[in-house]
Design a protein around this ligand. Structure first.
Ligand code: HEM
Length: 257
């Protein structure tokens, strides 16, 4: 298809749609028609995000398995695995743009979340049982515990809104009204994922990690930052109800209500 200037629109020819990612050009982080959903997990800067989150999980798992395993060891193992799955849930959906891709992407997104949030919930149950057993009275005393609590509240809220806005739209008064919620769920998702990474970073300051595991703080922080460096550039402003003015990406950002 030719554009108004007569220059062929290469992105449309490739079936990558019109959406523009936060960094890069149109189509840079868009699923091509006919390609597998799984490619979304590596497309564009997703490879950087994968490097970050897998290294983060490897650091946590490495430091746990290089020490004696105790009941509480399951908490970091399950929570880092859960966060890894939650990041996959975001990466698989970000590049979708046609109705079919979005439908398949939403199902994959929900499946990743089902396993991710199940792991995170098990991690919470483990740490609470551990606290009850060891007679620890101080609940949510450390920065890690407080960030973790906010993270859990946000992720459960996200799961509830995400599920209902797609599959139980009647509670919002119909499809059109439910779709208006999507952009808040997307923004909420990025905030929640960032908080999850911050919670893992804060874990490196807890007494157990400092005294027993001695996990390198800088390595955990660096892996978390790399994860975000991979995820953030793929954010599509249009999907958040924001648009850039002008033809190129140097225009101002505008809110579409
Ligand atoms: C997304 C990931 C994580 C979340 C959401 C999370 C959440 C939490 C929460 C809510 C608590 C407090 C429970 C209470 O006070 O009743 C806690 C405690 C704890 N977590 Fe995590 N955690 C995560 C990852 C990790 C990792 C990776 C480690 C270790 C490398 C870790 C180590 C600890 C330790 C040692 C405690 C007990 C000390 C304290 O309460 O501050 N956590 N976690």
């Amino acid at each position: 298809m030719a554009s108004a200037t007569g220059i062929p629109d290469v992105n449309n020819l490739r079936g990558t749609g019109e959406d523009e990612p936060l960094l890069g050009r149109r189509g840079d982080a868009s699923q091509q028609d006919g390609t597998s959903l799984l490619w979304n997990l590596y497309l564009g800067t997703a490879a950087v995000a994968q490097a970050g989150i897998w290294v983060l999980a490897a650091i946590v798992w490495g430091s746990i398995f290089s020490h004696d395993l105790i009941f509480m060891s399951a908490h970091p193992l399950l929570n880092s695995a859960g966060l890894l799955l939650v990041v996959q849930a975001a990466l698989v959906l970000q590049p979708t743009h046609t109705p079919e891709q979005k439908r398949a992407g939403t199902i994959a997104h929900a499946i990743f979340h089902f396993f991710g949030v199940s792991a995170l919930t098990s991690g919470l149950v483990i740490i609470e049982i551990n606290k009850a057993r060891s007679g620890h009275r101080a609940e949510f005393a450390s920065a890690h515990a407080r960030l973790g609590l906010i993270f859990y509240i946000l992720i459960y809220a996200q799961v509830f809104v995400g599920f209902t806005q797609y599959w139980v739209q009647s509670i919002y008064g119909g499809e059109e009204k439910a779709k208006k919620i999507w952009k808040y769920h997307r923004v909420g998702g990025y905030i929640t994922a960032t908080l999850g990474l911050a919670t893992v970073c804060a874990a490196t300051w807890t007494t157990y990690v400092v005294n027993v595991l001695s996990t390198q703080k800088w390595a955990v922080i660096l892996a978390s930052v790399i994860t975000l460096v991979g995820v953030v550039p793929r954010i599509k402003l249009q999907k958040l109800g924001l648009r850039r003015d002008g033809e190129n990406s140097e225009g101002r950002i505008r809110l579409d209500l």
